[in-house]
Design a binder for this molecule. Sequence first.
Ligand SMILES: Nc1ncnc2c1ncn2[C@@H]1O[C@H](COP(=O)(O)OP(=O)(O)OP(=O)(O)O)[C@@H](O)[C@H]1O
Ligand SMILES: [Mg+2]
Length: 359
Amino acid sequence: MYTKEQILSALSNVEEPDLKKDLVTLNMIEDVEISGNEVRFSVILTTPACPLKAMIENACINAIHHFVDKNAVVKINMTSRVTTAAKDPSFPNIKNIVLVASGKGGVGKSTVAVNLAISLSKQGAKVGLIDADIYGPSIPMMFKLEGAKPAAEKNGDKVSLLPIEKYGIKLLSIGFFVDPNQAIPWRGPMVTTALKQLFNDANWGELDYLIVDTPPGTGDVHITLGQQFPITGAVIVTTPQNIAVADARKGMAMFRMDGIKIPVLGVIENMSYFSPAEMPDHQYFIFGKDGGKKLAEQFEVPFLGEIPLVQSVGESSDSGAPISLQENHPTAIAMVNIASKVAQQVALINAGLHKNNLI
Ligand SMILES: Nc1ncnc2c1ncn2[C@@H]1O[C@H](COP(=O)(O)OP(=O)(O)OP(=O)(O)O)[C@@H](O)[C@H]1O
Ligand SMILES: [Mg+2]
């Protein structure tokens, strides 16, 4: 019969590859149980979307076999508790707020925001989505929720909005409150008030990740978000085109400015190449090649992945059933990988280990 100490001592040889410390020091091992030659324990990962899950599980099994007994039967419950570094008392239940931004319009921010939210949720995280594009909210259409009105809940004197839930995501859009056919001339203070309502006056419940879709460019919304809310980080979306990359560069520079200082989690390249549905192996680099990768290299932030230009991606957004709802679609798989990388960067930020370039 082995002892708990033997098991923990063996597992202290397993390093979390990102956090660069061993699993025991990181308090990631719980519920150790031993009966006969069977060893059971839980490994608490920093996110259900951990890309290193299989690698860590194998390393644990190998460590027990190597340091304790090669015949031990090892049964591991791989589970997770999403980490947070948030200290803002206004948001006690929201662990991480992640912005989706770009410099240029139409590069796929909303597409990425929606599919990122669904991909994180598919992997078991509790996810919310705010459409902060006050100039052109598109989330209602992408969830087939045009004309929907969130309910309000009264708690003493306080009235809270109840986010609408669809596809496992809790969401609020400025589009639920304004007439989509009417352009509103937003002035600075109105932007702050509108954003505060979406963030502070809503009952979000417990969230691991709150994804925020932002308008194109670098304006009032981004500045307000950076100044008023505890943002964990931003992902930058660009197409490979020079003009899009140049605008994304301006967006990244803005996040590094004094008074905003939002860590950039990495770059996602959308519309990387065109693949016709009937010839999915063919790739046509119609907008150029590697613009997103080069941008990530230049700013020394991770490149989080590429998304091809595929007709069904656009169609699925337009019809209110985002592509990530399809299990085996290549773009849905690409989005799951991107979501894992975003979650990994968030965990690094929370551990104080992210090279977040807040120079
Ligand atoms: N990978 C893709 N393949 C095919 N179509 C796409 C892809 N990504 C986005 N689209 C389509 O391109 C258009 C613009 O995308 P989207 O609305 O996500 O961009 P955006 O950056 O949010 O735009 P805006 O700046 O106006 O908010 C949409 O019609 C969308 O369906
Ligand atoms: Mg958009």
